[in-house]
Design a protein. Structure first.
Length: 154
């Protein structure tokens, strides 16, 4: 399966796509079940997620906390807006580095693609500056490392 691709649209959007050699049901569950999220959504090797709250229902809360075991860490908070099982997730998230970033509105789609799944994640940021900071953070490398890990699990 192909690796992650990331592209920008206008000055507020980021679109991430990745194919997985697993059905949409498995990829969706990996994005909504804490026991899976805590094992794959870790970014580069050496990081762990000691706190994983993922209440996958409209209005449900999200809180992920990461640490590198050397005193460095950060967390994400958010809320689910809409879930269509195995098809689509819409949520809002903010990173705390330590101050919270502006809201990132995220729509993730899971589409059958041959024997696998095409995942498309469209992020809507409040402005060009926020998007530029997010892209400069190394987000793409961390996402790909996490998705490679996920591919081995599903």
């Amino acid at each position: 399966m192909s690796k992650l691709t990331l592209r920008t649209e206008d000055d507020r959007h980021v679109v991430v796509t990745r194919r997985f050699a697993a059905p949409p049901e498995a990829v969706y569950r990996a994005h909504t079940e804490p026991k899976f999220i805590q094992r794959w959504l870790l970014g580069p090797d050496g990081w762990t997620m000691p706190v994983c709250i993922c209440e996958a229902r409209p209005g449900g809360k999200i809180r992920y906390e990461w640490t590198d075991g050397k005193g460095n860490g950060f967390h994400v908070t958010g809320e689910f807006i809409e879930l269509a099982p195995f098809i689509r997730i819409v949520h809002v998230e903010r990173m705390h580095l330590p101050d919270p970033t502006p809201d990132n509105h995220v729509e993730t789609r899971f589409e059958p693609d041959g024997a696998g799944t095409l995942m498309t994640m469209r992020m809507t940021l409040p402005d060009a500056e926020t998007r530029a900071r997010m892209l400069a953070s190394g987000m793409e490398h961390g996402m790909e490392a996490s998705y490679v890990r996920l591919e081995t699990m599903i």
